[in-house]
Design a protein around this ligand. Structure first.
Ligand SMILES: [Zn+2]
Length: 225
């Protein structure tokens, strides 16, 4: 699949940043977004990060996000947000929960939205369901089937206690792909670290070392450099 992913709003500290509660929406949405991007890539999907880091205003942020999204022909467009308005800073023992927004009840993204909200709520958040919102600029303007994940509430102590960026990203990716992605630390940069034990000008010498390593229980491969 080709998938656009972005975190909502400007970064925290800038104009038009997201909601601030016990945790900050812009910051957490970016953490989840980075993990979603690397997990989707590790599963073999083509992913474009359409996050805006330098909007001059709320309108500018939205325009820039939509422009980035529409530069690619995508199968799905995913926006990562956190909700606010629970006003439960002390914690009442119950999460306010997770929801996924779509433009209409016939949007091509509905199936994914349902699966995402199910996967996130399976990690313990109250399932607020899939909601139709035809008033949101992003959902209205992007060409690909689009959805907006409101991961959980930034101002509910119970949501914040349960929330973990890694698990949240895992659930979102599972909702999209039906698969769990194992991701190395460096996956977002695409860097791979190799362990080397020797470099040989003669292939047979390399192969001798490979045999020694294999006998010692190491899974060694010979590569040309
Ligand atoms: Zn938001």
């Amino acid at each position: 699949m080709v998938i656009n992913v972005h975190a909502g709003h400007n970064p925290d500290g800038k104009t038009a940043c997201g909601a601030v509660g016990i945790i900050k929406e812009s910051t957490e949405a970016r953490k989840v977004k980075d993990k979603v991007v690397s997990k989707l890539k590790s599963l073999g999907h083509t992913v474009y990060d359409c996050t805006c880091e330098d909007g001059a205003s709320q309108t500018d942020v939205l325009n820039k996000i939509v422009a980035k999204c529409n530069r690619h022909t995508a199968d799905l467009d995913v926006s990562i947000h956190f909700n606010a308005g629970a006003n439960d800073k002390a914690g009442n023992g119950t999460t306010t929960g997770t929801e996924v927004l779509v433009y209409s009840s016939t949007s091509g993204s509905n199936n994914y939205a349902n699966k995402i909200v199910k996967a996130v709520s399976a990690t313990g958040f109250k399932n607020r369901g899939v909601k139709v919102r035809n008033d949101l600029y992003y959902l209205k303007k992007v060409k690909a089937p689009a959805l907006l994940v409101e991961c959980c509430f930034v101002d509910d102590r119970d949501d914040v206690k349960l929330y973990d960026a890694e698990k949240m990203a895992e659930a979102i990716v599972y909702g999209i792909t039906g698969k769990k992605a194992e991701v190395k630390d460096t996956a977002s940069s695409g860097t791979v670290y190799k362990v080397q034990v020797g470099a040989y000008s003669k292939k047979e010498n390399a192969e001798t070392m490979q045999k020694k390593l294999k006998l010692a229980g190491f899974d060694a491969v010979v590569v040309k450099a």
